[in-house]
Write a protein that binds this ligand. Structure first.
Ligand SMILES: [Zn+2]
Length: 406
């Protein structure tokens, strides 16, 4: 007689469970990571097929299917969502003025030639031939935050929630709703693993914006050691060095360590969605150190260049990766540049760079602005659409990254 668990005897039951576990783990390893002869893209497609079969859907229709809710003009041709990856980089508190105009003549008047040397040369040079850079007020671009306080945590929360949140200060606690990152781990058609949905951030409080319940995705913020199961000397060195070299501001590590962690993680794990969050620029702005602020922008330009070149060198992974770069808020004008917030005029203006294999074939993007208002709430639906998920919230999909024809 089977016992209440359905096994014929205890020893047979143990053997059966053990055999199943071995078979299952072997199948899993083959399908998801261990198939040495399969390309990454073949592995990803096989995984999507397995997932859709398990859910009773037809796998053949999946790669080309357009999720309902996608604007009709996009429903012609489509980047294959089953192999897509997205890397979102955010730099905290970087004004559109420095991005598009360069050194501020008032704030930079006392700087020497070395301090005022050009910056964002890569972003406004090579990068611009491969994507779009929007937010230039001098051209009439309208790119804004989507929170009433024009501060950091409210901005990050609204971006990942896909809707403006009740949060109006950096002390508001954890985002109260399911985030983009959480949906990517849970949603039918995505179901990425914990280690494939990644946040690596300089500012500790970013953790409060990327998950409404801690632990679903990979999150490393502030000066905490990064632990991804790796025991390599590179990881140990970064953890060791960041602990000995804390910045003068609180709750953060220097961006140079965040970037080293992110680059190593990217190469080692090939994440599907990665959020890299930098912080130095905002801290230096609040400290009224204009020269140091400019230096941090120079670092961001070089970091983005390294990131893009690294991704491009990752063959199939690179070909299917979208890279976005933006900021959480602007800053005030002239003497008010050290601050930002709803009382500081102009600090709601932001900018965004986007680039993937599709935008590289659209040279017309170099010239113009978006031609419509863009705000932070457009980021989540764009990422969702890139992964073939039905976009949620009031934001609009940035179609330049997705549709082959405009
Ligand atoms: Zn700030």
């Amino acid at each position: 007689m089977p016992n209440k668990h359905g096994c014929l005897s205890r020893s047979r039951c143990v053997l059966l469970v053990f055999t199943c576990a071995v078979l299952l783990s072997a199948t899993f390893a083959l399908a998801f990571s261990g198939s040495r002869n399969k390309s990454k893209i073949e592995q990803l497609r096989a995984r999507v097929e397995a997932q859709s079969l398990a859910q009773g859907r037809t796998p053949a229709s999946l790669a080309s299917s357009i999720p309902s809710g996608i604007p009709a003009e996009l429903a012609t041709e489509w980047l294959d969502p089953s192999i897509a990856n997205v890397i979102l980089v955010m730099v905290d508190g970087v004004r559109w003025q420095e991005v598009f105009r360069g050194i501020d003549p008032d704030l930079g008047a006392a700087l020497n030639a070395e301090e005022t040397a050009p910056f964002f040369e890569w972003l406004k040079g090579k990068a611009l031939t491969q994507g779009f850079l929007w937010g230039n007020l001098d051209r009439g671009d309208d790119v804004r935050v989507a929170n009433p306080s024009w501060k950091s945590l409210p901005a990050y929360q609204s971006i990942f929630a896909g809707a403006t949140q009740p949060c109006i200060s950096n002390s508001c606690g954890r985002v109260p709703v399911t985030t983009l990152q959480e949906r990517l781990v849970d949603a039918n058609g995505a179901e990425f693993t914990h280690d494939e949905v990644v946040t690596i951030a300089s500012w500790e409080k970013i953790a409060l914006a990327v998950e409404h319940e801690e632990g679903k995705s990979f999150v490393n913020t502030g000066i905490k050691d990064l632990a991804d199961g790796g025991s390599d000397e590179e990881l140990a060195a970064i953890n060791r060095e960041q602990a000995k070299d804390a910045p003068p501001w609180s709750d953060a590590r220097f961006d140079r360590y965040t970037f080293r962690h992110a680059l190593r993680y990217l190469k080692k794990h090939e994440p599907r969605f990665m959020f890299i969050s930098f912080d130095d620029a905002d801290e230096l702005g609040h400290l009224n150190k204009y020269s140091e602020y400019i230096k941090s922008l120079r670092f961001y330009d070089q970091a983005m260049r390294t990131l893009v070149e690294t991704v491009d060198g990752m063959k199939e992974y690179g070909e299917s990766t979208t890279i976005l770069l933006t900021t959480d808020h602007g800053r005030g004008l002239k003497g008010e540049w050290i601050g930002h917030g709803s009382g500081i005029a102009g600090s709601d203006r932001v900018w965004i760079y986007g680039r993937n294999n599709l935008t590289r074939t659209k040279p017309e993007l170099i010239k113009g602005g978006p031609g419509r208002p863009i705000n932070h709430l457009d980021i989540r639906p764009t990422v969702e659409a890139l992964f073939g998920l039905k976009p949620q919230g009031p934001g609009k999909v940035i179609s330049e990254l997705i549709a082959k024809q405009k």
